[in-house]
Design a protein around this ligand. Structure first.
Ligand SMILES: Nc1nc2c(ncn2[C@@H]2O[C@H](COP(=O)(O)OP(=O)(O)OP(=O)(O)O)[C@@H](O)[C@H]2O)c(=O)[nH]1
Ligand SMILES: [Mg+2]
Length: 317
């Protein structure tokens, strides 16, 4: 398969070509990179939603329910499930975590999971690239689900226009994680498992924390849901769509898009510089030599880094 054939397949909305392009991206193949670069130019402006939160709070169940609501409105949906903690792609663990129970036969829904394959930078970049491919394919909505509440989730959420942070009662760590900064990224806060004891308390804690913060323009609403029964899903979707409207009306969408391009650009520059330097230095033994010097006290990291940049770029930058 060549670039033209894959792009034509994607334009013609053939799912096998989209799947193939995503695999190429995951493999880091030059062909995949070329496809993404070309597909970028036929972007169609899908709405990108992010869903994040601690393991087991009900993200996948929520996504499944939201897909149902979006389908009722006639929208098509691409789903990307990102799992920074799992080294497996499509393996049993990830499969269980993210399986969309009822959507496998729906032509308007396309599901794909991405795992680390070793390095986190790659995962964030691959997510951005898969968003480009799904957008070129023409999905109305792209939903990105990430497991966990760490820095890599925050990185991935840069690509979403609206981010839903999901919590569930009884997970004390959740609130801690939020204090550590995840609140910064939530445009809508969802307290799922509202059928369980403690949901009320979690909601109140959130509202108290929100009350301590100042917001300009958009204050994240707190929405209670019971994803397993579908209760509250309409309100959740409504809040997300209101946020999208707000972004457009306030001109913030443009700023967000620009910021996400900036994040991707940084990832690409890293790949073109840092990743290449480290790969070369590792394969030709230079890294080994520099590290040995550091261990023996014969060198220092500053000079080592300069030597690496100079060696492979022929200049210090
Ligand atoms: N009681 C109750 N259980 C729920 C609710 N929503 C989801 N669950 C259950 O919680 C468990 C985890 O749900 P998932 O949707 O897989 O959660 P997740 O956040 O995607 O999990 P990870 O992908 O592993 O992080 C499942 O057994 C769900 O059936 C809810 O509203 N109430
Ligand atoms: Mg999940």
């Amino acid at each position: 398969m060549d670039v033209e054939e894959i792009l034509e397949g994607i334009e013609a909305k053939k799912r096998t070509y989209l799947a193939r392009a995503i695999s190429l991206v995951e493999d880091g193949s030059p062909l995949g990179r070329e496809v993404v670069a070309r597909a970028f130019k036929s972007k169609k402006n899908a709405k990108v939603l992010g869903i994040t939160g601690a393991p087991g709070v009900g993200k996948s169940t929520l996504v499944d329910g939201l897909i149902g609501k979006l389908r009722e409105r006639g929208g098509s949906v691409g789903v990307i499930a990102v799992d920074p903690s799992s080294p497996f792609t499509g393996g049993a663990i990830l499969g269980d975590r993210v399986r969309m129970r009822s959507r496998t036969l729906d032509e308007g829904v396309f599901f794909r999971s991405l795992a680390t394959r070793g390095h986190l930078g790659g995962l964030s970049r691959h997510t951005a690239e898969v968003i480009v491919l799904m957008d070129a394919f023409g999905f109305d909505y792209i939903v990105v689900e990430t497991v966990g509440v760490g820095q890599s989730e925050v990185d991935v959420m840069k690509y979403a226009h609206s981010v839903v942070v999901v919590l569930a009662p009884g997970l004390g760590d959740d609130i801690q994680a939020i204090k550590a900064g995840i609140l910064e990224i939530g445009d809508v806060l969802c307290v799922n498992k509202a059928d369980l004891p403690g949901a009320e308390r979690t909601r109140k804690e959130l509202e108290m924390m929100l009350g301590l913060k100042e917001f300009e323009g958009w204050k994240p609403p707190v929405v209670e849901t019971i994803a397993s029964s579908g209760e509250g899903l309409d309100r959740l979707l409504e809040s997300v769509l209101q946020h999208q409207d707000y972004l457009v009306a306030s001109g913030l969408l443009e700023k967000k898009v620009r910021e996400s391009h900036h994040a991707v650009l940084v990832e690409y520059v890293k790949r073109e510089t840092l990743d290449k330097i480290m790969e070369k230095a590792e394969s030709d033994g230079t890294l080994d030599r520099i590290l040995r010097d550091l261990v023996e006290g014969a060198g220092d990291p500053e000079s080592g880094a300069r030597a690496l940049v100079e060696k492979y770029f022929g200049t210090t930058i």
